[in-house]
Write a protein that binds this ligand. Sequence first.
Ligand SMILES: NC(=O)c1ccc[n+]([C@@H]2O[C@H](COP(=O)([O-])OP(=O)(O)OC[C@H]3O[C@@H](n4cnc5c(N)ncnc54)[C@H](OP(=O)(O)O)[C@@H]3O)[C@@H](O)[C@H]2O)c1
Length: 327
Amino acid sequence: MTQNFRWGLIGPGNIATRFAESLNFVEGTSLYAVASRDIKRATKFGEKFGARQCYQNYQALCEDPHVDAIYIATPHRFHFEQAHTCLTAKKPVLCEKPFTVNAREHQILVDLATQNQVFMMEAMWTLFLPTYRQIHHWLKEETIGDTKLLQSSFGFVAQRNPVGRLFNHELAGGTLLDMGVYNVAISQWLLKKPLKDVLAHAYIGATGVDETISVSMNFGDGVFSQFFSSFHSQLPNNFIVNGSKGSICIGKDFWGAEKVQLKIGNNIETLSFPFRGRGFEYEIEHAIACIQEEKTESNIMSHEATQSNMKIMDSIRQQIGLRYCFE
Ligand SMILES: NC(=O)c1ccc[n+]([C@@H]2O[C@H](COP(=O)([O-])OP(=O)(O)OC[C@H]3O[C@@H](n4cnc5c(N)ncnc54)[C@H](OP(=O)(O)O)[C@@H]3O)[C@@H](O)[C@H]2O)c1
C-alpha cells in the first residue's frame, strides 16, 4: 500500500464518523477532505479527524486533484446523484448501502463507471469482516452440508424523529432499504444462486414507508431465505444458516458480527473475531487495494451482486406497493 491514500468524504453525519474512526486502523491512508452543504459542519468534522481540506459543496471535492477516492455517507436518496458527480469526475467511489434507491439508478452508475474506467463499490462492510471470512471457509469446506434454509431478522424500536431519515418518505426511508438490504445481500452472498421468486408483506405507516416487512425468498430446489425487518420490535438480529449436516448462527447483530456459532449434531463451537478498529477498516482496505490495482469493481461486492440485490428489493417494493415520490 502506498503511503497516504487520501479519502474525500461526502456527508459528515452519523455513519461518516465511524468511517473516519476506522481509517485510523488502516495503514497508509487518511481522511484528506470533507464536503458538506454546510461549511461549518464540514470544518467541525474535518478538524476532529485531521482533514486538510473542507468544502461547502460536493462538486469542489470531486474536482480536488489530491483526492484518491470518495466515500458517500448521505441518505439513500442522494447516492445516485452524488456518485454520478464523482464518477463523472473520474473519482473512485465507495458508497453507503443501499447503493441507490432502485436497480435502474444503479445500472446507470455501472455503465458510467465502466465507461470512465473508475472503481465503485457499495459499502457492504459485513462481507469483509473476519467473521464472514470464517463463514466463507466453512461453506467452501461444506462443513454444514448443503445450505438449505436461512432465517434472519433486523429490528429495533425506532424513535419517530421528524427530521431523521428512517420514517421519511422523501429520503427513501423504511426498513427494507435501510436494514433489509443486509438480509437480502447476505442471503445472496451465502447462496450464490439466482432468486426464483419472492413473497413480501409489509406494514406501511402514516409517512408512507415500510415500518415492518416480512419476506420469503425462494431460490429453488428447496432453498429459502426468510426475514423480518422492523422499526417496531427489538428482534433477535441474528442470521441462521441451516444446512443438511449442521447450522451456523451469525450474531448477535449479524451485519456487524464479531461472533459466530457452528453447530454440528450436539457439538456447539463459538468463535470470536473482534474488530481491529471500528469495523469499516476491512472494507476500506479492500477498496484501496482494488483502486491501487486499477480494478473497476470488487470481486466480493461486485456490480452484479449490488444489481441483483437492488432488483430483489425492487420486486419486494413492487409487491408491497412502495414507490417513492421522487421515483
Ligand atoms: N454501514 C452502516 O453500518 C450504516 C449505518 C448507518 C447508516 N448507513 C447508511 O449511511 C447513509 C447515511 O446515514 P446517516 O445516518 O449517517 O445519515 P445522516 O447522519 O442523517 O446524514 C448524513 C449527511 O447526509 C446529508 N443529509 C442528511 N439529511 C439530508 C437532507 N434532508 N437533504 C440533503 N442532505 C442530507 C448531510 O450532509 P451535509 O453535511 O452535506 O448537509 C448529512 O451530514 C445511509 O444511506 C445509511 O443507509 C450505514
